[in-house]
Design a protein around this ligand. Structure first.
Ligand code: C5P
Length: 285
């Protein structure tokens, strides 16, 4: 038996814009995404000689072929035309689920990276990201990591000059959002809360943290905030603690604040702790 280990890093959508609905039912996205240090630990046993299984310390996580990490093993070995002769996946979770932090996608991307390394890198990082698109829309970015602009369904990932070093306070209110339902609501209602993506790209190019942080925005946020005022409350508490910018990530419900000093991010985390779970994180690079 062989055991592989890999860390699975969460993502933030620094900006998220929805440009329209596609003929395949998915949505055309434009998002500046950032990989952060908040992570799960993933272990994969190969050649166990037993049925495939997945073990996770959080009961709400599916432990069958519904889990994106399981799907990723299937897609990888099917494409490679090989049989791993029995697989066990163990996931120690830290990334909150259904929070817009890409937890399941991060686990799948970690699986793809670990298997690719183990098999002698049959795929380039770019090819691996394209394999990831078969598993889930956020997987290609999670494979590539860093700071990137992501377009299409999520499969077009173009690396950017990294987000300047900063600290994130992430707050996860006690509700989750159905991603398909939120997209359907977006189709009905639209949004005039659009990010200034060119402004964000320029800020990154110029390594201007103040402007980059001030450009974080999520077009889907008002649709969530109209039913869940805690989103707005969390953002204003973060701003009172000195956040340079705040936004919801993905389809929520997590909200992040960007800080230039750790003690301010920690202060925001302490202020929010009574209301919700909080996490402190940084860019992975
Ligand atoms: O690809 P994934 O399974 O992560 O997507 C979850 C759901 O989010 C999809 O079923 C779809 O309803 C919605 N989605 C979308 N457009 C995207 C990505 C996701 O409509 N670009």
């Amino acid at each position: 038996m062989i055991t592989l280990q890999e860390q699975a890093y969460a993502k933030l959508n620094l900006t998220l814009d929805v440009l329209g609905r596609r003929p395949d039912g998915y949505h055309e996205l434009e998002s500046v995404m950032q990989q952060i240090t908040l992570c799960d630990d993933v272990e994969i046993d190969l050649e166990t000689g037993e049925d495939w299984k997945l073990e996770c310390d959080w009961p709400e996580i599916p432990t069958d072929s519904e889990n994106l990490a399981w799907k990723a093993v299937g897609v990888f070995y099917k494409t490679l035309g090989k049989d791993p002769r029995g697989v066990t996946i163990r996931i120690a979770k830290r990334i909150p689920v259904q929070a817009g932090l890409g937890g399941g996608s991060a686990d799948a991307a970690a699986v793809l990276r670990a298997l690719n390394r183990h098999e002698g890198e049959p795929y380039s990082l770019w090819e691996l990201a394209q394999l990831g698109a078969k598993v889930g829309s956020d997987v290609p970015f999670c494979v590539m990591g860093g700071t990137a602009i992501v377009k299409g369904r999520g499969e077009q990932v173009n690396p950017l000059t990294p987000m300047p070093q900063c600290f994130y306070c992430i707050a996860r209110p006690d509700f989750s959002v159905s991603t398909p339902a939120l997209f359907a609501e977006f189709d009905q209602q639209g949004s005039d809360w659009r990010p200034d993506t060119p402004g964000m790209l320029k800020a990154l190019e110029e390594q201007d943290l103040l402007r980059a942080a001030g450009s974080v925005r999520n077009a889907m946020e008002p649709l969530v905030a109209q039913n869940h005022p805690e989103i707005t409350v969390i953002r204003s508490i973060m701003e009172d603690c000195g956040a340079l910018g705040t936004a919801m990530t993905g389809s929520g419900s997590a909200v992040f604040g960007v800080f230039d000093a750790f003690d301010m991010a920690a202060m925001a985390s302490m202020q929010l702790m009574e209301k919700c779970k909080t996490y402190l994180s940084r860019n992975t690079d």
